[in-house]
Design a protein around this ligand. Structure first.
Ligand SMILES: [Ca+2]
Length: 323
């Protein structure tokens, strides 16, 4: 029996979140991961929706008992979400077709409290995968300074280095949504793992790939949902020119799962990451120093190359296992 990695997923579903989420659950089903909790984050859509979406995905995939934390809502509102990409419900407007949520928003623990409780109970044992704005993680760190150091590892989808952003010309959505929170997380330890747009922009999921995942049971509830969500996301990606090659959409968040389970598809480098928290035009931009002078204060590992075909081979094979 392989060792299983104990994980908390911090997520703002979100079409690409859902594919990352289901990939992770397929690894749980294989005994390779243990999902201790999900903490919903405000981001792609509002807090109540990301919470409900997380609960519905867990139920749909057969894991209704996993606890879900309620998003911390404390960041200054940036004035926009990503409903235009992910559907007004964050799930391609398909939430009504899914089983109702099991967890109750009103009585659920706050995400920051759940993170603190779990990390204190299992220090050095829990890996945090953060694939939304970093509000919950930062709130936990502010409430109990040093708590994020108790995680075994923190893996973040976010940022863009020397490449265009996806919410402004310079910023990636997760960092832009709450740059102050991102800075707190990057200041919390010196080994944050970061999957920026530099690599996630190469992860184009196509309709054919969704069909390949679902081919053995195309009429199942999960298969139908996955194919319809993929179709919706491909439509909005084309409309907003997120993908300009073949029709498809970017499964940004799934890159974080690949880092933990298939690191051979990635190449990473060390760097000091800083976040623009004040910029008029550059809010949320992520920066690293490429000058040739010596540096002594790296705080992150940044993925800058990905083998996309190898990534999708692994992604598709694992997802077949929960269809
Ligand atoms: Ca996300």
């Amino acid at each position: 029996m392989a060792d299983s990695l104990k994980i908390i997923l911090d997520t703002d579903p979100g079409g690409d979140d859902i594919f990352a989420f289901l990939w992770l659950l397929s690894l749980v089903k294989q005994g390779l991961a243990d999902l201790a909790a999900v903490t919903a984050a405000e981001g792609n859509v509002a807090a109540r929706k990301t919470f409900t979406n997380s609960s519905q995905i867990l139920k749909l995939a057969g894991f209704p008992a996993i606890p879900v934390g309620r998003p911390v809502s404390q960041c200054p509102k940036p004035g926009a979400d990503a409903g235009h990409i992910h559907g007004t419900d964050g799930m391609g407007n398909l939430s009504q077709t899914l089983p109702p949520p099991v967890q109750d928003f009103e009585t659920a623990p706050r995400a920051d409290d759940l993170l603190i409780e779990q990390l204190n109970a299992s220090p050095e044992a829990i890996t945090l995968i953060a694939i939304g704005p970093l509000t919950n993680l930062a709130a936990a760190e502010v409430k109990q300074p040093g708590i994020l150091k108790k995680a075994k590892e923190i893996v973040v989808m976010g940022g863009a280095f020397h490449c265009p952003g996806n919410i402004t010309p310079t910023a990636e959505f997760n960092i832009w949504f709450n740059p102050a929170a991102a800075q707190i997380v990057f200041d919390s330890r010196n080994d944050i793992v970061m999957l920026p747009l530099n690599v996630t922009r190469e992860l184009v999921l196509t309709g054919d790939m969704a069909k390949a995942i679902t081919q053995d049971n195309p009429n199942g509830d999960l298969a139908q949902f996955m194919v319809r969500l993929c179709q919706f996301m491909i439509g909005t990606a084309a409309k907003h020119r997120e993908v300009v090659s073949d029709p498809g959409f970017l499964v940004h968040d799934a890159a974080a799962v690949s880092y933990l389970f298939y690191p051979e598809v990635l190449r990473l480098r060390r760097a000091r990451v800083r976040v623009e928290t004040q910029g008029v035009w550059t809010r949320g931009q992520t920066l690293m120093d490429d000058r040739s002078r010596a540096k002594s204060s790296a705080n992150a590992w940044i993925a800058l190359q990905i083998d996309a075909p190898s990534f999708f081979t692994r992604f598709i094979e694992d997802l077949k296992g929960i269809i």
